[in-house]
Design a protein around this ligand. Structure first.
Ligand code: FAD
Ligand code: MLT
Ligand code: ZN
Length: 456
């Protein structure tokens, strides 16, 4: 089948308006959020129903053309943009959010619904979504399930896979899998939803999800605390996980990162004294003000004038900006190499302290900024300076992570950025088992070719 025949078939399925072939209209779907990854799409198609998704997949399979599922295109590992010549399948029109089941604390959301849209619906009923992240206004529920997104509340509620009670998805041959009634207990064979979660668009296209909600905690408090070094901050974080029962988030950033945030996002420092490393701690509770408990839990660290605590929404927001706006500050400085990794908590300080010198050994002019979800052992090592296709600093950081017994991807996934590292991290046997599943579900390799497995 020629490209023109395929695009003709796609137009018949979704309508002229939703099959984009004009380069200007395709452009925002062809480059990722960091601007490090891009490729040309044959077309961008925007289906309006699960039936249309199935028909598109059948047409692409018949034509032997790869399909790149895409949600909000906020993914940071190159998995959401074409490598060259694929069809981008944008799920943004499948954005319906259902009525919250108040008794069960569950909601059905279309794959294209943004996290903030689902949060708004849930919060209006006293429930909330267990996962939260800075890209909430653009990241979609489908993309978040596909990447098993983490975010800032994993230590309390777990990542996206843990929120998934049911799903609807389409296999590469157009077969529709649907099990949407949410049942917290459902031991009927393989957990297919759990498998699709984290598969990064390589096994199936998610079209709808049934999500477990968590109680909305009306009372919150946030503190930003300064430390003299990384090891003291990590030791405090480890302690707080045990002593602060109301803990919601534990985030770490450095003074160098805060400097960039202040420059690019016009955010004020938390207190007059600058310290090399900071912890952001969030506590939440249903019926008690958690601020007293938070202040008491911080007491043993003697942080005194290097602490800012806020219970009011504006103050909390201001403190959160210091951490959350790191991503856009990195982008404002250049095209970052983003290495999202995790290590056992006992090795966390080593990684944060050694990453800059490992990077400098590979590229003396490169700048390294670390921040991350310390409560989960997750560091985001961001490197500024090297060209987008120069992988020497990526290699230096990932080698260090493996030496420290860590994982090369904590929450962003493998995408195309880290395909060469999957076997190093998981081992031949595990990757062979993954490939066997991939070949059974998608024998022709139509779905997201080049993601997870090189040359797939
Ligand atoms: P996309 O970027 O469109 O796609 C991501 C991957 O999922 C691709 O491989 C794509 O093919 C696949 N995919 C998308 N939709 C579907 C679907 N319906 N079916 C099958 N496959 C699909 N991530 C975190 O984990 N934690 C964070 O704290 C965090 N913070 C962020 C903050 C900012 C400012 C930004 C820009 C990103 C952040 N991210 C974070 C990364 C990103 O937001 C997540 O990976 C998110 O889950 C991606 O959702 P998306 O809809 O944008 O997916
Ligand atoms: C974050 O925690 O801020 C995100 O995962 C995005 C990033 O790594 O910049
Ligand atoms: Zn993160």
């Amino acid at each position: 089948m020629t490209d023109a025949t395929l695009t003709g078939r796609l137009r018949d399925i979704v309508g002229e308006r939703h099959c984009l072939t004009d380069p200007e209209l395709r452009a925002s779907h062809e480059t990722d959020w960091t601007r490090r990854f891009s490729g040309r799409a044959l077309a961008v198609v925007r289906p309006g129903s699960v039936g249309e998704v199935a028909a598109i997949l059948r047409a692409c399979a018949d034509a032997g053309v790869g399909v790149v599922p895409q949600g909000g295109n906020t993914g940071l590992v190159g998995g959401s943009v074409p490598r060259g010549g694929e069809v981008v399948l944008s799920l943004l029109r499948l954005s319906e959010v259902g009525v919250v089941d108040l008794e069960a604390g569950e909601v059905t959301a279309g794959a294209g619904a943004t996290l903030s849209a689902v949060q708004a619906v849930a919060r209006a009923t006293g429930w909330d979504v267990g996962v939260d992240l800075g890209a909430r206004d653009s990241a979609t529920i489908g993309g978040m399930v596909a990447t098993n997104a983490g975010g800032v509340h994993v230590l309390r509620h777990g990542p996206m896979r843990r929120q998934l009670l049911g799903f609807e998805a389409v296999l590469a041959d157009g077969t529709i899998l649907r099990r949407l009634p949410g049942m917290p207990k459902d031991n009927t064979g393989y957990d297919l939803g759990g498998l699709v979660a984290g598969s990064e668009g390589t096994l199936a296209v998610i079209t709808a999800t049934r999500l477990r909600l968590v109680p909305r905690l009306a009372h919150r408090a946030v503190a930003v605390v300064g430390f003299a070094d990384t090891a003291s901050a990590v030791a405090a974080a480890a302690d707080l996980r045990r002593t602060l029962g109301s803990i919601m988030a534990l985030e770490l950033f450095t003074d160098a990162g805060m400097e960039l945030v202040m420059r690019h996002a016009s955010v004020a420092p938390p207190f007059a004294d600058r310290r090399p490393v900071y912890l952001l701690v969030e506590a939440g509770s249903e019926d008690l003000e958690p601020i007293d408990g938070l202040v008491a839990a911080l007491e043993p660290f003697g942080v005194g004038d290097a602490a800012a605590v806020a219970g009011d929404p504006a103050g909390r927001h201001r403190l959160w900006q210091l951490r959350e706006r790191h991503t856009e500050a990195m982008n404002a400085e250049g095209v970052p190499h983003k290495l999202d990794v995790s290590v056992p908590l006992a090795r966390y300080a080593e990684l944060v302290d050694q990453a800059p010198s490992a990077v400098r050994a590979a590229d003396p002019a490169a700048r390294t900024i670390c921040y991350g979800h310390v409560g989960d052992g997750n560091v985001h090592v961001n490197v500024l300076g090297p060209a987008a296709d120069d992988e020497s600093v990526d290699h230096a950081v990932l080698e260090l992570v493996l030496e420290l017994g860590g994982s090369v991807s904590a929450e962003h996934g493998i995408g195309t950025a880290k395909v060469d590292w999957l076997v190093r991290d998981r081992g031949e046997a595990a990757v062979a088992a993954m490939l066997a599943i991939k070949r059974a579900w998608d024998p022709a390799g139509t779905l997201n070719p080049g993601v997870l497995f090189p040359g797939s």
